[in-house]
Design a protein around this ligand. Structure first.
Ligand SMILES: [Zn+2]
Length: 272
């Protein structure tokens, strides 16, 4: 190697070194084929795959280590992210580990990409007034990693991912296909009493308010069930946002049957 390329390499090494402190791209410790991108690495990789989210609120840290949120459309710096929400990807991955331990087949997760974005709130560029905590699209989960409950948001978005994988949905397109996936999808809608007059194609579904969409009912139910599974207690009821209301015993039992035997086994420690 000549001197010039070596110098160039060193230059990029130093460029990447301190600037990228805290950012990372790591494969899941529990589910082969799952990759977590965090902070500045998530911003870069999410842009590569056409993820359109933009930051609407951020976190700043001062030299004395005091950090604060600000309504400002700027990605937070890696060092601030690690102070605000240390080792978040590891914590999200641990929740996958708990679900797998409870029986969730890790193969269902292969191919999942998780983008832990350095923002307090996110928005879609076409709708900047409406902040969101997470987004799902085609195997890709994005969460506002500096939001108050990124762990819960992650489970909600994971619900969208598994609706695609297990029920054969495609984002908001909930038209049943054929075979076992379609049977499960219809089963779920019947169990939840989803109104039959509502069309299940993506354009009709997105014309409904968020809390009335089939995909959001499922994602909220999944997050509720998975949180219970991981934490050993029901989530706070106020965290449930879909119009169908908190899942009852028969819904929890269905999730146990389809995904992993865990939630609902014991209600001890429940709080409401
Ligand atoms: Zn959702």
């Amino acid at each position: 190697m000549g001197r010039f390329p070596l110098l160039l390499l060193l230059f990029f090494f130093f460029l990447a070194g301190p600037g990228a402190a805290g950012a990372s791209v790591v494969e899941s410790a529990y589910a082969p084929g799952v990759v977590f991108y965090t902070w500045s690495d998530a911003v870069r990789e999410y842009a590569v795959v056409g993820g359109g989210a933009v930051p609407t609120a951020t976190v700043y840290c001062f030299p004395d280590d005091i950090c604060t949120t600000a309504e400002h459309p700027e990605w937070a710096r890696d060092a601030a992210c690690e102070k605000w929400s240390p080792r978040l990807a590891e914590r999200l991955d641990a929740s996958l580990g708990r679900l797998i331990e409870a029986g969730l087949p890790p193969g269902l997760l292969a191919g999942l990409r998780v983008y832990v974005l350095p923002a307090y709130h996110l928005a879609l560029p076409e709708n900047p007034e409406k902040p969101v905590a997470g987004l799902y699209s085609r195997g890709r989960v994005a969460v506002a990693g500096l939001d108050l409950f990124p762990e819960y948001t992650f489970l909600h978005e994971l619900g969208h991912y598994l609706a695609d994988r297990v029920l054969g949905a495609e984002g908001y397109d909930w038209i049943p296909n054929v075979g076992r996936k379609a049977a499960l999808l219809k089963d779920y809608l019947a169990l939840r009493g989803y109104p039959a007059e509502r069309l299940l194609d993506a354009s009709f579904q997105t014309s409904l308010p968020w809390r009335e969409r089939a995909g959001e009912w499922f994602a909220e139910d999944f997050a509720y069930w998975a949180w219970w599974c991981i934490e050993g207690r029901r989530p706070w009821e106020g965290s449930y946002k879909a119009a169908c209301g908190v899942p009852g015993e028969e819904v929890v039992a269905w999730f146990n049957l389809v995904f992993a035997q865990c939630g609902g086994a014991s209600d001890e420690g429940a709080y409401r």
